[in-house]
Design a protein around this ligand. Structure first.
Ligand SMILES: NC(=O)c1ccc[n+]([C@@H]2O[C@H](COP(=O)([O-])OP(=O)(O)OC[C@H]3O[C@@H](n4cnc5c(N)ncnc54)[C@H](O)[C@@H]3O)[C@@H](O)[C@H]2O)c1
Length: 381
């Protein structure tokens, strides 16, 4: 039985995906450079002997991986704060990362799913957005590195399918929220919760009338897995998101209720290229995958607030210098309070790379010369 590779698996969505795949009995290889992800998100998975963590950058060739049956390509910072911090790197991750992932799929015969985004529709002129809508986008603005990077990645997937018959799936993901989001990365749900919990004003851009559709993370993960396992008729982009539209102001009010906060609302100017409305048409997913979100916003927010209340103080986030990949170093810290120490130690021992696995055995799907000759196994203790 081959493995499933999840690139970006230590991130918010990726960590839930790895867990869901392990729960289904799969062998999972989580590849991540920890740019915006965190070891804290995956520590609880490490004792599972079917789980392996590989600290590597998707911008580097993935020649060490073999025996892979499926690949989910999630590696890319998703929040504007991070993807605009180094826009050229964001484009590189999307384009070079997609090529490396597709080459791996071509070599191993793995089916490959791209985590695309509703941002490919830009600031849409039609609502809701169905997959046939070509979008209202700009190649020249602060969000373009992400939007155009994701569009280019979709094109690469299309062309690898056409030229090399790579078995592709493309999920156009709309706003997703839940536990494991970083509190400081500028996403609206985590921002509002952090502000509410600390009693600071909740900052709303514009008048708060712009809408988003918020999908709870476990609903999204179920959709990703169903899309991956659908037949070849689903080799086309497929929207995954919650079709219930919520204004940003309503979201702020829900957050105040969920946290019991006395925070006030503060209105700031709308940033450039911020879409006014966003709502998925999910009829393709509903018809072909039997999928639709089932978690209502107040329920999902309550779980997310609980996570932020109990974890956010302790959780370290992005490594300042993301790993580029290579031989492994370090030890595994099983206590989340020690994750920061673990990340620091790995950086100190080997600034460019780290790999972590749950036990000494060679897991399926990760073999090759750097994979086993150069690295040290991590025994959970
Ligand atoms: N969360 C959402 O609302 C949303 C919406 C649309 C699309 N998406 C897409 O889903 C994917 C996951 O999003 P997320 O919200 O979990 O974001 P995230 O930032 O929490 O996760 C991304 C992960 O990719 C890793 N990564 C980034 N660059 C990398 C590189 N060059 N090599 C290896 N790993 C790298 C990060 O360290 C992180 O763990 C992204 O591709 C994102 O574009 C997410």
């Amino acid at each position: 039985m081959g493995s499933i590779l999840v690139s970006g698996g230590a991130g918010f969505v990726g960590s839930f995906l790895c867990e869901a795949l392990l729960d289904r009995g799969e062998h999972v290889v989580c590849l991540d450079n920890l740019q915006t992800g965190s070891l804290g998100n995956i520590l609880h998975l490490v004792p599972n002997e079917r789980f392996l963590f590989s600290a590597q950058d998707v911008e580097l060739p993935l020649s060490a991986f073999n025996d892979i049956e499926q690949i989910y390509n999630l590696a890319c910072p998703a929040s504007p704060v991070h993807y605009q911090n180094d826009p050229i790197r964001t484009l590189r991750t999307n384009v070079i990362g997609a090529i490396n992932i597709l080459e791996l799929a071509r070599r191993t015969g793995a089916r490959v799913l791209q985590a695309s985004t509703s941002e490919v529709y830009g600031d849409p002129e039609i609502h809701p957005q169905s997959e046939g809508y070509r979008g209202s986008v700009t190649s020249f603005g602060p969000r373009a590195c992400y939007d155009e990077g994701k569009r280019a990645a979709e094109t690469l997937f299309h062309d690898y399918c056409k030229m090399y018959d790579v078995d592709i799936r493309i999920a156009r993901i709309f706003n997703t929220y839940g536990p494991n989001m970083a509190g400081s990365d500028g996403r609206v749900v985590s921002n509002f919760i952090m502000q509410a919990l600390s009693g600071q004003p909740i900052t709303i851009y514009g008048e708060g009338k712009q809408t988003r559709s918020f999908c709870y993370v476990t609903d999204l993960v179920e959709g990703l897995i169903r899309l991956m396992n659908a037949g070849p008729h689903m080799r086309q982009p497929c929207n995954l998101g919650n079709p219930t539209e919520t204004t940003i102001r309503e979201l702020a009010e829900h957050v105040i209720e969920a946290t019991g906060s006395s925070s006030e609302l503060q209105f700031l100017p709308l940033p450039q290229d911020d879409p006014i409305r966003r709502r998925p048409d999910i009829s393709l997913a509903f018809k072909n995958l039997g999928w639709q979100p089932t978690t209502h916003l107040p329920e999902g927010l309550a779980r997310t607030v609980e996570y932020f209340e109990s974890h956010q103080q302790q959780r370290p986030r992005a490594m300042t210098q993301p790993s580029r990949g290579g031989p492994i170093v370090g030890r595994l810290f099983t206590d989340s309070l020690h994750v920061a120490a673990g990340e620091q130690q790995m950086r100190r021992l080997h600034p460019d790379s780290a790999q972590l696995r749950s036990n000494g055995r060679k897991p399926n799907g990760h073999a090759g010369k750097d994979a086993d000759s150069d690295r040290i196994g991590f025994n959970s203790n």
